[in-house]
Design a protein around this ligand. Structure first.
Ligand code: FAD
Length: 420
């Protein structure tokens, strides 16, 4: 069976790899010159399945309202005259109800833990070096944040995830480079959560997949699909038509443009975020453990001899321009915790768009068309879910039963006809 995958971000690359492992003939088309050049390029690198949660959660609407028009806000909503945006916001608000939040979170974590098992298995199989590291500290500047972490800690206990609430001093003992002057009321230590460079991983997995026979066609843009008798018969590209037996859409935020003409309407929204990458200039002042500043929702991840500082969720702004105040928040947080670690003035900045569905989980598996499959909408946790998503989709296309329950992870939740 020949499968054509559209998109070579982390999701498309993982899908192609697992499809090949399942014995398929695979072609990947990607409009960029290589893999992971869009949202998968410079994300925070955090792979913390225990922390995976939908952005739609109880209390979040109030927080978003409180942040409105604050330049340093970690969550930015710009109300624009855009019908699709308001429809998305309406659905998102409905998903903030406690019961929906718990249901969506469970669905996402099921996939994220499965994905963690898959990436660990891949590390056994191939020699992969993607600047991976283990251990994660969530930093609380105030006692109030410590108290608010109670619900999370209870959930981690229920899930059997190793974690420990630390005092500020205990956290500084684990990560001695935390600046002593910055207030630290406590921290949550997750010793088994991982971090790694998503783009490096994508490049290595692409090389392995290519060696195993996957064809990557870079610089080729999919313009749409040709239909015949209710099935996809080709993908139309700027390099001509390509024919396969099955097709996968893994186009990140631009999946929508490919699906809409087929009558498949996913409520997918681009939620922008920013990162800065800096070279470490003083090794003794740079963290070994990755940290997340709870106040500003900024993650600082060690990637080899660099630090990646990432954050902000921004909805309703157009274009992919770097926003000055978001970047200065990243720099402030990094300088608060590790002032001497790097030359922050030489930071390389990046903006990416998370493909976000209002409820949180991605859309995996079959579509309303029999030979079209979906692997998109991974929002702010696409890196941690990528290997699991690729494996699940390969199993579905190969006609095998996936190893996890797909309830709530397929398009059925948006498509009443299929759900019926
Ligand atoms: C600031 C920031 C921090 C983040 N931090 C984390 C984190 O710590 N952990 C985590 O798990 N996730 C994180 N994420 C989310 C994660 O990066 C995304 O979920 C993930 O990269 C999405 O991967 P993707 O393959 O779906 O999309 P992309 O990487 O965007 O890939 C889609 C690909 O499809 C191609 N494409 C689209 N349309 C076409 C077409 N018509 N023809 C040909 N090619 C096409 C694009 O060129 C692109 O290469 C973060 C995101 C941001 C923005």
């Amino acid at each position: 069976m020949h499968v054509i995958v559209v998109g070579a971000g982390i999701i498309g690359v993982c899908t192609a790899y697992f499809l090949r492992r399942a014995g398929m003939d695979v072609t990947v088309i990607e409009r960029r010159a290589g893999v992971a050049q869009e949202t998968s390029f410079a994300n925070a690198g955090v792979m913390a399945p225990s922390y995976v949660a939908p952005w739609a959660q109880p209390g979040m609407p109030g927080k978003v309202a409180a942040y409105l028009f604050k330049p340093e806000a970690p969550i930015v909503f710009r109300p624009a005259a855009d019908l699709a945006l308001w429809r998305w916001v309406r659905r998102w608000l409905a998903e903030c109800a406690p019961d929906r939040f718990s249901r969506n979170k469970a669905r996402m974590q099921r996939l994220a833990f499965y994905s963690q098992a898959q990436i660990r298995a891949l590390r056994e199989l191939h020699s992969l070096d993607y600047e991976q590291a283990t251990g994660y500290l969530q930093l609380f500047r105030t006692e109030q944040e410590v108290a608010r972490s109670e619900a999370t800690r209870k959930m981690l206990t229920d899930l059997g995830v190793a974690h420990k609430l630390l005092t500020g001093d205990q956290a500084r003992a684990i990560e001695s480079t935390l600046h002593p002057v910055t207030p630290l009321a406590g921290a949550l230590h997750l010793p088994d959560d991982e971090t790694g460079n998503c783009a490096f991983f994508a490049h290595q997995l692409k090389d392995i997949a290519a060696r195993e026979g996957v064809r990557f066609r870079f610089g080729v843009t999919a313009q749409g699909f040709g239909l015949s008798l209710g099935r996809i018969e080709c993908v139309r590209t700027d390099a001509g038509e390509l024919r396969g037996d099955a097709y996968v859409v893994a186009g990140g935020v631009d999946s929508l443009a490919l699906l809409r003409p087929l009558g498949i309407r996913l409520p997918l929204m681009a939620v922008k975020g920013y990162s800065a990458t800096v070279a470490i200039t003083a090794l003794d002042q740079a963290p070994m453990t990755s940290v997340m500043d709870e106040t500003y929702k900024v993650a600082i991840t060690r990637m080899g001899n660099r630090l990646r500082i990432a954050g902000t969720a921004e909805v309703g702004t157009s274009g992919m321009k770097l926003r000055e105040s978001a970047l200065s928040t990243l720099m402030k947080v990094a300088a608060d915790w590790f002032p001497g670690a790097a030359s922050y003035r030489k930071a390389q900045f990046w903006v990416g768009a998370r493909p976000m569905l209002p409820d949180g989980p991605p859309v995996l598996g079959p579509s309303p068309l029999p030979n079209l499959f979906l692997n998109t909408g991974h929002g702010s946790t696409g890196w941690v879910m990528a290997c699991g998503s690729g494996k699940v989709l390969a199993d579905v296309i190969a006609g095998r039963t996936p190893e996890i329950d797909l309830d709530g992870l397929t398009i059925d939740r948006y498509d009443r006809r299929r759900a019926a």
